[in-house]
Write a protein that binds this ligand. Structure first.
Ligand SMILES: O=P(O)(O)O[C@@H]1[C@@H](OP(=O)(O)O)[C@H](OP(=O)(O)O)[C@H](O)[C@H](OP(=O)(O)O)[C@H]1OP(=O)(O)O
Ligand SMILES: Nc1ncnc2c1ncn2[C@@H]1O[C@H](COP(=O)(O)OP(=O)(O)OP(=O)(O)O)[C@@H](O)[C@H]1O
Length: 498
């Protein structure tokens, strides 16, 4: 990529979150992630070029020096900061504007600094061998996978119903989403295949901002708008079918929709549990803390067998990092206040305590060497705050699973199709799809955001208690003709046992 010869026509809108907007290159497997600002700041840049550059460099450092050590560097692509011509950025901003979802337009793309993060495009991985069917990439934002056990938790409900499930009530009540999602992160993080299947089914049913599917780099399935009435599941099935035709099905092209979805979810569960030969760790969330009372999964249906995640799987690593939040925001807040007071008294300490970075090894050491007991020191409080911020990042990151079909030209040394291809073609087992797993969106969460996180926590809990945990019936997701009422009761009716 030649930075002095940038042409907006080589880039297209790819997606965005709350803090950044992403464009992808039309030819190469690269994306540019640009900062966003509140629309009211659009006339005056809210920070200088140097500050914007530092903000993005902080993201790179936090990802490569801190999160990658906790999550495993095999999952992480930290990217690099690039300085783009301002005219290119302005033209790009005009070009992508009409493709942006209306509900994200309360923020505008940064057109002043010219700084961006350049990353590999995880939705169109570079292939060693060409395939007729393009890679399928599934993005999951799993959110928090455990119930807090901190003694500082003031409302019992927080130890029974997970934050995501409670938050759904608040989001629907406030119009962020029209319908609630019945996905429960505790099922996804359980390591139990039945529960994971159940969780993914609900992500498909109501993706919100937690689930997207890309084919050949194009988003083919997501919640486009707040008011989106129904996801076209049939259209999704049409896209998925070619990846899951095998054995006799491949010959007569017949496969039921349920079988296609079932195979798709099975492959996804396999990828999420993969990661080498790591031992399976019994549920690290502790006795009684691994089930959310709001999940519709029927516990009695669990077949004996695997419970817990392989220790080198992506889900295990994310969960362990999330669990660095040992105090819950309620227990953390007094420590935040201690640090805040200290910084007011000694402003120069902000640098020594690395409140805004640099995110280097010393920062990682600070949070890893935190004493177990509170000795009243500011060092203890800072270490807990740093741990909490890292946990917040892990609670808000996304997983990208890339599924790559075997190459059609795959041959052994003598030019004969490999045994595996032949076996897949003839057998009644799903064809081998190779997969790779990455984690994205590993930005540091600002120290100053802790008070608003406490306020949001309080609002979510009181909204849930006010409604008694009951969701309005009319707002339940439609099932696009695929999920029947009986299937809602029992996931095993829809999805075959594995
Ligand atoms: O607080 P939460 O759990 O609602 O998470 C926010 C996300 O909302 P979600 O519930 O996932 O829809 C929110 O996502 P959306 O804008 O809703 O897509 C952001 O990821 C936000 O992070 P940041 O402030 O942009 O760094 C996230 O904020 P924090 O991670 O800073 O709390
Ligand atoms: N390296 C990448 N390759 C492909 N797509 C990406 C990449 N990074 C981000 N994206 C896409 O862009 C979207 C927005 O990116 P990202 O989640 O990093 O934004 P954000 O503003 O930080 O999100 P949040 O709302 O969580 O703060 C992602 O959901 C994903 O679909």
């Amino acid at each position: 990529m030649e930075l002095d010869k940038m042409d907006e026509n080589d880039w297209k809108y790819h997606g965005e979150g709350n803090k950044s907007l992403v464009v992808s290159h039309v030819q190469f497997s690269r994306v540019l992630r640009l900062l966003k600002y509140p629309a009211e700041d659009s006339e005056n840049p809210p920070q200088t070029v140097e500050q914007a550059f530092r903000q993005i460099q902080n993201i790179v450092d936090f990802s490569s020096n801190v999160m990658s050590s906790l999550l495993g560097d095999k999952f992480i692509h930290s990217g690099e900061v690039v300085k783009l011509p301002l005219e290119f950025v302005r033209q790009l901003s005009i070009k992508v504007q009409h493709q942006r979802p209306a509900w994200r337009c309360d923020k505008v793309m940064d057109i002043y600094s010219g700084c961006a993060l350049c990353l590999p495009n995880l939705t169109s991985p570079v292939l060693h061998q060409p395939t007729h069917t393009p890679p399928l990439c599934i993005e999951i934002k799993p959110k928090c996978g455990f119930l807090p056990s901190s003694k500082h938790v003031s409302k019992d409900i927080k130890t029974k119903v997970c934050r995501f499930c409670m938050h759904q009530h608040y989001k629907v009540a406030n119009g962020k989403w029209k319908r609630p999602s019945l996905y429960c992160p505790l099922d996804l993080f359980s390591g139990n295949r039945q529960r994971m299947h159940f969780a993914i089914r609900h992500l498909i049913e109501e993706p919100q901002n937690n689930f997207k599917i890309f084919k050949g780099g194009q988003c083919i399935y997501s919640s486009k708008e707040v008011s989106d009435d129904s996801m076209d599941l049939n259209c999704l099935l049409h896209h998925l079918r070619p990846y899951f035709l095998y054995g006799n099905n491949r010959i007569n092209s017949h496969m039921t929709s349920k079988a296609v979805l079932n195979d798709f979810i099975t492959v996804l569960v396999n990828a999420l549990l993969s990661g080498g030969d790591g031992e399976v760790v019994t549920d690290s969330r502790g006795e009684g803390r691994s089930f959310c009372e709001a999940s519709l999964f029927n516990k009695e249906r669990i077949r004996p067998g695997s419970q817990g995640l392989p220790s080198d799987s992506v889900l295990f690593r994310i969960l362990q990092t999330q669990m660095l939040d040992t105090l819950d925001v309620e227990g953390l807040y007094p420590l935040y206040r201690r640090v805040e007071q200290h910084l007011q008294d000694f402003p120069k300490e902000r640098t020594r305590l690395q409140m805004e970075g640099p995110y280097n090894e010393a920062f990682l050491e600070k949070l890893q060497k935190c004493p177990t007991e509170d000795d009243g020191s500011v060092e203890y409080a800072v270490a807990k705050v740093h741990q909490y911020r890292v946990a917040m990042t892990a609670k808000d990151c996304s997983i990208m699973v890339a599924l790559v079909p075997g190459s059609e030209e795959e041959e052994d040394d003598e030019g004969i199709p490999t045994q595996r291809r032949l076996r897949d073609f003839l057998s009644s087992r799903p064809p081998a799809l190779s997969y790779s797993v990455s984690i994205l969106d590993l930005d540091p969460k600002p120290f100053d955001s802790i008070p608003s996180q406490l306020r949001l926590d309080q609002k979510i809990v009181s909204c849930y208690l006010r409604t008694g945990g009951a969701l309005p019936k009319v707002s339940l997701p439609p099932h696009a003709g695929i999920f029947t009422a009986a299937e809602r009761e029992d996931c095993t009716l829809l999805f075959h046992p594995m």
